[in-house]
Design a protein around this ligand. Structure first.
Ligand SMILES: Cc1ncc(COP(=O)(O)O)c(C=O)c1O
Length: 376
C-alpha cells in the first residue's frame, strides 16, 4: 500500500521535509484536486454546485472516520483550530470563580482564548506536565470544585509530549468536567477515537499531519454539548432549511452545521477531501505505525550522539511524530538556520530543533540530518 502511494509525494529532490508539525506539503492528488477545481471555476463557474455539496458530505464522512465519531452530524467545518476553540470558550456559560485546567506547554491558540475569559472571573490554570512521570497527574492536581473544563493538546507542539487522552477523559467524565482536545498535532498522524477518550470537543486544522491546506478545520462536538453551546455567529448557512431564502422565520440547524455561519470553503473542502482520501486509503493504523518507526529511528540517532539531548519524552505512549532535540554545546538557533540553509525543513521550538517527519519520509533523509549536524 505504501509503495502504491509513493508517487503522491513529489517534494523537490533537494528538500528534506521534516516540518509536518508546522505546515505540510500536499500530496499530488491534493494539488490536482485544487487545479481541477480552479479550471472548473474558470470554465463553468458554480454550475456543478450540487457535486461540490457531495464533496462536502464526503469530507464530513472522512472526518467522522478519522475521529471515529458517531455521526457526520457531529462534525463542523470552521476556519481553523483557534476559531473552534473560541466557539467553545465563548459558547459555554461561565460564572465567576469557574476555572479551566490546562498545561504550560500549550500552543498560544489553546491558552489565549481561555485567558481572555479572565474578564468574566474565570481562571486559567496551567500545570507543568514535565514535573511528574505521569503528566496527567500534574493536570489533576490543579482540579478543584470550580473546574469546569480541561483543555489540552493531544501532542504538545514544542516538546512532542503525547498526553494520555483516555485517562484524562475518564477523569473528566467521572467528575462532570468538560474535556476539550486540540488535536492538530495528532489527527492524521495517529488513530483517534472521540468516544474512547470521552471528548466533548475536538478541533484540528488540516494543514499539518492531515496534509491539507491552511484555513479549514474539523470541529467535533458531542450532540449534548452542541445543544448547550450558545452560538456566537449567525448567517444563512447555520439554519434548518438553509436553501429556502424566502422564509423569514428560522431555527439553527440541529446538526453541527449550526456552527457554520456562511458559505463553505469549497476550495479547501476539495483539497482536504483529496488529502484525507490518501490517509484513509493507507489506513490510520498503518500511518501511525510507520510514523512511530520514524520517530523511534530519530530517537536512536539522537541517543547515539553524545552532544545531542533529546527533549521529547521517549517512553512508550508518550511520543507521536514530533522529535525535538538540543545540541548541548552549540547554539541551537544557529544549527536550525544551518539546517534550513541546507534544505532541511524543520522548526526552532523550545530552544531546540523540532523534526517532524511523516509516515512516508525515507529513513535516508533522516540520516542526512545527522550527517549535516556533524559538519555544522
Ligand atoms: C497545538 C496547536 N494548536 C493550534 C495550532 C494552530 O492553530 P490554527 O489552526 O488556529 O492556526 C498549532 C500550530 O502550530 C498547534 O501546534
Amino acid at each position: 500500500m505504501l509503495d502504491k502511494l509513493a508517487g503522491e509525494f513529489c517534494l523537490s529532490e533537494d528538500l528534506i521535509y521534516l516540518n509536518h508539525a508546522g505546515v505540510s506539503p500536499w500530496p499530488a492528488r491534493t494539488a490536482e484536486a485544487v487545479r481541477n477545481f480552479a479550471d472548473e471555476n474558470m470554465v463553468e463557474g458554480s454550475r456543478r454546485y450540487p457535486q461540490w455539496l457531495e464533496r462536502e458530505t464526503a469530507l464530513r464522512t472522512q472526518a467522522r472516520e478519522i475521529l471515529n465519531a458517531p455521526s457526520i452530524d457531529d462534525i463542523a467545518f470552521l476556519k481553523n483550530t483557534s476559531e473552534a476553540l473560541s466557539v467553545v470558550a465563548y459558547g459555554l456559560g461561565w460564572k465567576e470563580g469557574d476555572n479551566i485546567v490546562s498545561t504550560n506547554q500549550e500552543f498560544p491558540s489553546n491558552r489565549i482564548v481561555w485567558e481572555s475569559l479572565a474578564s468574566r472571573g474565570v481562571e486559567f490554570r496551567e500545570a507543568d506536565p514535565g514535573v511528574s512521570s505521569q503528566p496527567e497527574d500534574a493536570l489533576f492536581s490543579l482540579v478543584d470544585s470550580g473546574t469546569r473544563l480541561i483543555t489540552i493538546s493531544s501532542v504538545q507542539f514544542a516538546t512532542g509530549l503525547r498526553m494520555d487522552l483516555e485517562t484524562i477523559g475518564q477523569f473528566c467524565k467521572s467528575r462532570d468536567i468538560l474535556f476539550c482536545i486540540d488535536a492538530i498535532q495528532s489527527l492524521g498522524a495517529l488513530t483517534f477515537d472521540v468516544g474512547r477518550v470521552h471528548a466533548d470537543f475536538v478541533m484540528a486544522d488540516g494543514h499539518k499531519w492531515m496534509l491539507g491546506p491552511e484555513g479549514l478545520a474539523i470541529f467535533y462536538c458531542t450532540p449534548e454539548m452542541r445543544d448547550r453551546l450558545t452560538l456566537r455567529q449567525y448567517g444563512w448557512h447555520m439554519v434548518e432549511d438553509l436553501y429556502n431564502f424566502d422564509r423569514k422565520e428560522w431555527r439553527s440547524a440541529k446538526t453541527a452545521r449550526c456552527f457554520e455561519c456562511g458559505s463553505p470553503n469549497m476550495l479547501g473542502i476539495h483539497a482536504l477531501n483529496a488529502s484525507l482520501s490518501l490517509l484513509l486509503e493507507a489506513g490510520m493504523e498503518t500511518i501511525e505505525r510507520e510514523l512511530l518507526k520514524k520517530t523511534e529511528y530519530l530517537f536512536g540517532k539522537i541517543r547515539s550522539e553524545p552532544d545531542l539531548e533529546l527533549i521529547t519524552p521517549d517512553n512508550a505512549g508518550r511520543y507521536a511524530g514530533i522529535v525535538t532535540l538540543r545540541h548541548t554545546t552549540k547554539d541551537n538557533e544557529f544549527i536550525y538556520n544551518f539546517l534550513m540553509k541546507n534544505n532541511i525543513m524543520c522548526a526552532y521550538r523550545n530552544r531546540g530543533i523540532r523534526l517532524s517527519p511523516h509516515f512516508y519520509t525515507p529513513v535516508e533523509q533522516l540520516d542526512r540530518v545527522f550527517t549535516l549536524l556533524k559538519s555544522c
